[in-house]
Design a protein around this ligand. Structure first.
Ligand code: PEP
Length: 251
């Protein structure tokens, strides 16, 4: 069971968004009324180029980065540190997204180092885990995700300053979703790992998000599943109306 007071709905814009897209963040902020603020926390993770521009208009909507380096500064051309993201207005950062694990071969150890760097910079890391279709069909989903949690979580961080996003790789951007029962089973297994890692009674403070083809039409049934503390939303976060429609499941 979770003990964190507010669920989190986070939008991952990926490599989408130019200056003109800032209006979408403004629209999310405008629709984030007192009722919704009381019931859910909203965060948008635009490209890092937009963070400092979004900061003054995001109002109560939080901002996050999509990745960070595991060092604070140095000779790492093209990379961005957690401290830089914080400086630009972020309070969260996604690490270990399956697209980065696949495209850049990011290991659990590297994801953990990035999450630790995020914590040192005062950011809350959103650590992504999730099985492939092959893993699920082989009946190994819980084992694979459990191993990712064990290896990627920054166990020295306070559990309440950590978010896990369970994102089955086969559900990302495909329109496919697991059943609410499968989501609940996986979130329960992740919660058990957190209880083991942080110590009994402490794992409930970490929010576990579901991600993968969440839309306004399926949000309520997925977000109502036990141990689901919010959503990480990709494609449907690009339009304020859809993103607010998903968060509206908490009204
Ligand atoms: C994601 O990439 O984190 C994601 C959940 O994408 P989508 O919602 O588009 O499936």
């Amino acid at each position: 069971m979770t003990s964190n007071p507010r669920p989190l709905v986070a939008g991952n814009w990926k490599m989408h968004g130019l200056l003109a897209s800032i209006g979408e963040i403004e629209a999310v902020a405008a629709g984030y009324d007192a009722e919704l603020r009381a019931r859910a926390e909203l965060v948008v993770c635009p490209p890092a180029t937009l963070l400092a521009l979004a900061r003054p208009i995001a109002a109560d909507v939080g901002l996050g980065g999509q990745d960070c380096h595991d060092e604070e500064s140095g000779a790492h051309t093209g990379d961005i540190s957690a401290r830089m993201l914080a400086d630009a207005g972020a309070t969260y950062v996604i690490v270990g997204h399956s697209e980065r694990r696949a495209a850049y071969g990011e290991s659990d150890a590297l994801v953990r180092a990035k999450a630790e760097a995020a914590s040192r910079a005062g950011l809350t890391p959103i650590v992504c885990v999730g099985e492939t279709r092959f893993d699920r069909e082989a009946g190994r989903a819980v084992e694979i995700v459990g191993r990712q949690v064990d290896g990627s979580v920054p166990w020295s961080a306070p559990p309440e300053r950590l978010v896990i996003a369970y994102e089955p790789v086969w559900a990302i951007g495909t329109g496919l979703t697991p059943t609410p029962r499968d989501v609940a089973d996986m979130h329960g297994a992740i919660r058990a790992r957190l209880e083991t890692g942080f110590g009994a009674g402490n794992g409930g403070a970490t929010r576990i998000l579901y991600g993968g083809s969440v839309k306004p039409a399926n949000a309520a049934e997925l977000l109502r599943a036990p141990d689901v503390d919010g959503a990480l939303v990709g494609g449907a976060s690009l339009k304020a109306a859809d993103f607010l429609g998903i968060a509206g499941a908490y009204r």
